[in-house]
Every structure is written in structure tokens, then in C-alpha cells.
Design a protein around this ligand. Structure first.
Ligand code: GLU
Length: 498
């Protein structure tokens, strides 16, 4: 058992996106590696922007990715009383003060400070005497509570696991508000109070939290709580080095997008892990156990990572590296597990057969094993692989162009091959190959021409696994039928020519 406690603290204001999923993953990896605890805390204090739908997609996304938590979900809003109480404590210990300045007053001062890059509150109310404060309160003047940044020549220092030692001078920090005039706490305070209560030892979060940290460290100190270790994660940029955002990239920033596109949950985790962390050697493919073992906060990169969301090549709908990682996991997953993942894909395409879990299980696994070699996503099983599971399949344009259009004589040859296969006794890959080669010799055509023509007529594809093995898998009867019935293939090829 270790005393490491980390948390993933999403605000439920949108769906689970790549950046926050990576934060969740790094927290999870660290908890699993150290034997510590992972807490899920929903930071729902922004009532206006928090929605139940968002919360549902975040939880669903985490579950789909396989990132489980040990404690929670906690809801920040449930602890509002504690946050307010902490503000009061800071008030009585002299680390905070009541500020009666009105918005108009502050706006005026801000306007008057033009030219200065940042307007900092001038601490007018910090100088009020206790009598003045009491008088204002008695008069019913509303007030906010501001944190009192220490005065004089000093700095706040903390150690970030990724960015190193960070030092910020007190002078550069404004006396910030911790409690609004309606008594509601501000996020900066709530976040710290929750981390103290939850006993968080390591705050692993996005780089956008780094600007808050000096003020938060002062809150820890003022509340007399130990300061956790911080690790801020570098930004993830797109290929133009711009921050990835929903506005620019649409659904491609959302975890559910990758799920719908046929990513294996673990393959996506594997890829996300590499966005900002490296193992220190050239490994890129990890099983869950391997990644937990290899992960360390020390090897998180300081430089921003690039997720090539939109590729120039329309062949790819996302980062080719992400697809390569997914393809790798598709190839190496035990068939039993792959079958479970392919099932809903075939179901969705309307080509699932219950026998694949019963009498034809062995066939199904053999089919998956044969065709997975070239696949990049689970959806490929229902798309490029459709002909293995259904009789209605599409013909790839480039397959027609290269394998059919150029060889019109195949219209006669393929039915001849069908008749030869029909006359065969058995139907194994080896015999099939002999038969096809012999026919090519008789007809005076190259084996490649016949084999590729067969591939397109029987599977609709330009490329695929060994044709002889594919045919035996698809089966004698279906092969014969598809080779006899090639009319539609040539008609499609005709149309393409026009
Ligand atoms: N709720 C914050 C966010 O979603 C989390 C900040 C933190 O981890 O401290 O950005």
C-alpha cells in the first residue's frame, strides 16, 4: 500500500476530450503504478455550465477507456459549506479580508489604469480599520472576501515535476477573490479545499492549471496544509501548432469520436500516453501492464505534443500514428477478446450472426485472424471485411479500376474458374492455388491478373490476405456463386469508366 492519492477532476461542461482523457490516464497510470488511490471528483461548481449530459459522457468515456477509479465520484458542489468555512477561517487568521469596493469603483480604477498591462486590485479595503469594516457591514454594504497576498519582498515557490522549480514574486499577484458577495466560493479556493480534504498527494493536471498554482500554494500555506507535488502536463497541439479545440476540430477532439471510428479503448490509451510522455527508449506499443510498469512522472515531456487530428491525406481520418497503434493492437489482441469487440461493429452493420458465438465460433475466429492483418480500425471488419460476413458488399473503386476495367476477358474467365472449382473434390488453399495456376496457363494469362480479379469479384477489395486462404474461408459454395455471378462487377466497372 502506498499513500499516493491522485484525482481526476473534470468540470462537466462538455464531453470528455482528448486532453482531459490524457490527464485522467496519467493520473490513473500513476495510481496503478504506485498502488495509490485514484479519486474521481466532479467539479460542478459552475452551475450555469455544468450539465448532466456532460457528466454522463465523461463517466461513460472513462469507463470505455478502462480508466477506473477507487473513490468517488465526489461532487464539488456538495462541499460548498466547507469551502465557505475555509474562507471564513482565512478571514479570521488574517489571510483574507472583506472588500466592499463596488464593481463601478473597480471599473473606474481599471479604466484609469490604462497603459498598465494588468490592473491589480489596489488593496483599498485591506487598509480599512476594524471599526470601518464594522461600520460598513452594519450599513449592509455587500462585500467579497479577498485573499491577502503577503506583502514585501517575497516569493512563492513550488516544485513542478514537469516544469521544475517555479517561483513567483508576491508583488506580481493580486489579492484575488475567494468568496463572492452572495457567499459562493470561487473555484481556486474550492479546488484547494477539496484537494486538502481528499488528501491529494500529487496534482497531475493540464498545463492551463499552472497559472493558478502560485495562488493555490499560498492558500495551502495559509490553511496550514502540506503542499502536494504538482505535475502539469504539456499542451497538445494540432499539426499547425495550434491548440486543439472543438471549435476548430469538431468531434475529432472527443473520445466518443474514436470509439465510433473503431478504436480499441486500450489502443487509444496507448496513443494518448505517448502525447506528452515517453518511455526513454523506442517502444511505442504497450499492453496495460507494460505501460503501468514503464510510466513515470519524470519522463513527462515539457515540450508540447502534436496530435495530427486532420491529415492532408484523406485516406486517414486521424493521426496516422494513432491508426498505426490501433492496427498494432488489433493484430496482437487475443482472438477471444477481439471477437468481443468486433461483435457490436457487425451488429451495427446488420451482419452479425449468433452462430459466431456458437457452432461457427472457430470459423469466426479464423476469419478475424486472417483479415485483421491489414485493418486499422474495428470498423474495417464491417467495411473492407464485409464480404466475409455478408453476401451484399461494396466494390472498391480502385479495385475495379486496377483489377477489372483493364481485363474485360475476366468476364468469361471467372465463370470458367467457378465451374472448375465446382468440379473439385475438396477445397483447400493449396488445391485452389494449383487449380488457378493451371487455368492461367491454359488461358495464357498471368496468375496475378486472375488472382486479383477473383479478389475483387469475391471480396470487392483491391488488397487483402492470401486469396487462396480467403476463398476457403469464404467457402466453396459462396466462392462459386460470386464467380459465376460476376455480371454486377463488370457493370460497376463500366459505370466507373464513364
Ligand atoms: N476542473 C478543472 C478542469 O477541468 C480541473 C483542474 C485541476 O485538476 O485542478 O480543468
Amino acid at each position: 500500500m502506498s499513500d499516493v492519492r491522485v484525482r481526476f477532476a473534470p468540470s462537466p461542461t462538455g464531453y470528455l476530450h482528448i486532453g482531459s482523457a490524457r490527464t485522467a490516464l496519467y493520473n490513473w497510470l500513476y495510481a496503478r503504478k504506485t498502488g495509490g488511490k485514484m479519486i474521481l471528483r466532479i467539479e460542478d461548481t459552475d452551475v450555469e455550465r455544468s450539465t448532466d449530459e456532460s457528466l454522463d459522457t465523461i463517466i461513460e468515456g472513462l469507463k470505455w477507456l478502462g480508466l477506473d477509479w477507487d473513490i468517488g465520484p465526489y461532487y464539488q458542489s456538495a462541499y460548498r459549506g466547507e469551502h465557505t468555512e475555509a474562507a471564513k477561517r482565512l478571514l479570521s487568521s488574517g489571510h483574507a479580508y472583506k472588500c466592499f469596493c463596488t464593481k463601478e469603483e473597480l471599473d473606474q480604477k481599471r479604466a484609469g489604469s490604462e497603459g498598465k498591462s494588468e490592473f491589480g486590485y489596489d488593496k483599498k479595503c485591506r487598509r480599512l480599520s476594524p471599526e470601518e469594516v464594522s461600520a460598513k457591514e452594519a450599513a449592509g454594504i455587500p462585500y467579497v472576501i479577498r485573499f491577502a497576498i503577503p506583502e514585501g519582498e517575497g516569493t512563492v515557490v513550488f516544485e513542478d515535476k514537469v516544469y521544475g522549480r517555479i517561483e513567483k514574486s508576491w508583488r506580481d499577484l493580486e489579492d484575488f477573490i475567494i468568496l463572492r458577495s452572495d457567499g459562493t466560493p470561487l473555484y481556486l479556493l474550492s479546488n484547494v479545499v477539496d484537494d486538502i480534504r481528499d488528501g491529494i498527494t500529487h496534482v497531475i493536471r493540464g498545463q492551463d492549471g499552472l497559472g493558478n498554482t502560485p495562488r493555490q500554494v499560498l492558500i495551502y500555506q495559509a490553511l496550514g496544509a502540506p503542499i502536494p507535488l504538482f505535475a502539469h502536463l504539456p499542451l497538445t497541439l494540432d499539426s499547425q501548432k495550434a491548440k486543439i479545440s472543438k471549435r476548430k476540430h469538431g468531434e475529432a477532439v472527443a473520445i466518443h469520436f474514436y470509439r465510433e471510428k473503431g478504436f480499441l479503448p486500450w489502443a487509444l490509451c496507448n496513443f494518448l500516453a505517448l502525447l506528452g510522455w515517453s518511455p526513454g527508449d523506442d517502444r511505442e506499443i504497450f499492453t496495460k501492464e507494460e505501460l503501468i510498469e514503464a510510466f513515470s512522472l519524470e519522463r513527462i515531456n515539457r515540450s508540447n505534443s502534436v496530435f495530427n487530428l486532420q491529415t492532408e491525406d484523406s485516406k486517414f481520418f486521424t493521426d496516422p500514428k494513432a491508426l498505426a497503434v490501433n492496427a498494432h493492437h488489433i493484430k496482437s489482441l487475443p482472438l477471444e477478446e477481439l471477437a468481443v469487440l468486433v461483435k457490436p461493429v457487425l451488429e451495427k452493420a446488420g451482419i452479425w450472426n449468433a452462430e459466431y458465438e456458437g457452432s461457427r465460433k472457430e470459423w469466426f475466429h479464423a476469419a478475424l485472424d486472417l483479415i485483421r492483418e491489414r485493418f486499422h480500425t474495428l470498423n474495417d471488419f464491417a467495411e473492407a471485411g464485409r464480404a466475409y460476413f455478408a453476401d451484399d458488399f461494396e466494390l472498391e473503386d480502385r479495385a475495379l479500376e486496377r483489377n477489372i476495367v483493364k481485363f474485360p476477358a475476366l468476364r468469361e474467365h471467372l465463370p470458367v474458374l467457378a465451374a472448375r472449382i465446382e468440379a473439385m473434390e475438396g477445397f483447400d488453399p493449396h488445391e485452389c492455388e494449383n487449380l488457378m495456376r493451371q487455368l492461367c496457363e491454359e488461358l495464357g494469362i498471368k496468375p496475378g491478373v486472375l488472382i486479383n480479379g477473383v479478389r475483387t469479384a469475391v471480396t470487392g477489395q483491391l488488397a487483402g490476405p492470401s486469396m487462396f486462404e480467403a476463398l476457403t474461408l469464404i467457402g466453396k459454395e459462396k466462392t462459386i456463386k460470386r464467380l459465376k455471378n460476376v455480371g454486377w462487377v463488370f457493370e460497376a466497372a463500366e459505370k466507373l469508366k464513364k
